[in-house]
Ligand binder design. Structure first.
Ligand SMILES: C[S@@+](CC[C@H](N)C(=O)[O-])C[C@H]1O[C@@H](n2cnc3c(N)ncnc32)[C@H](O)[C@@H]1O
Length: 169
């Protein structure tokens, strides 16, 4: 059973996309005419020209809204699609769940014709947020066990640029 089959049963009712994040993701996708969303969940942040959602959890797939892109039940580490399947591939708040980050990123690069867009958090910045730092250190510690170092991620992506990365100092 995929983890989100257990913890994702109310995801579409409680998760609301942030329009500021959506704008940045869509800007990063640029003029891609076709997009595949990997770790797509219930479809948050998918632009209208999304052609396929890749998602391991049947529970998350079942919550995708009517009319959204078709889904393929699969994990990032092994995506049963041909090379260069879409102009762009996006992966939003999912890489920290992958059992093999290197394999997963390799698959994103393989199935994307032109662009890969990954959205995640930078733990070096996040842990300094005053609310976590002063009041919720356990939350910061927990997310620290899950976070993907941004430098590792960008190295795997072949030196991709960071966007909107605040100065961690
Ligand atoms: C926090 S949710 C994000 C979902 C969606 N991208 C969003 O922004 O709402 C994380 C998603 O990653 C998926 N996931 C977990 N392990 C995965 C893997 N190995 N490959 C692809 N997706 C995975 C989960 O099933 C879940 O749908």
């Amino acid at each position: 059973m995929a983890t989100y089959d257990r913890i994702g049963t109310t995801y579409s009712g409680t998760r609301r996309p942030d329009p500021r994040i959506a704008a940045r993701i869509h800007a990063a996708l640029g003029d891609a005419a076709t997009v595949i969303n990997v770790g797509a969940g219930t479809g948050s942040y998918e632009p209208p020209h999304t052609v396929l959602a890749v998602e391991p959890s049947a529970v998350m797939i079942a919550q995708r809204p009517a009319g959204s892109a078709p889904s393929l039940q699969a994990s990032a580490e092994s995506i049963p699609l041909a090379d260069n399947s879409a102009d762009a591939v996006m992966a939003v708040l999912t890489v920290h769940h992958w059992s093999d980050l290197e394999a997963g990123v390799g698959e994103l690069l393989r199935i994307a014709r032109r662009r890969v867009v990954v959205f995640t958090w930078d733990q070096t910045v996040y842990r300094k947020f005053w609310l976590l730092d002063e009041y919720l250190p356990e939350v910061a510690a927990f997310t620290g066990t899950r976070s993907v170092p941004v430098d590792r991620l960008t190295a795997l992506l072949g030196g991709a640029p960071h966007r909107d990365r605040p100065d961690p100092a």
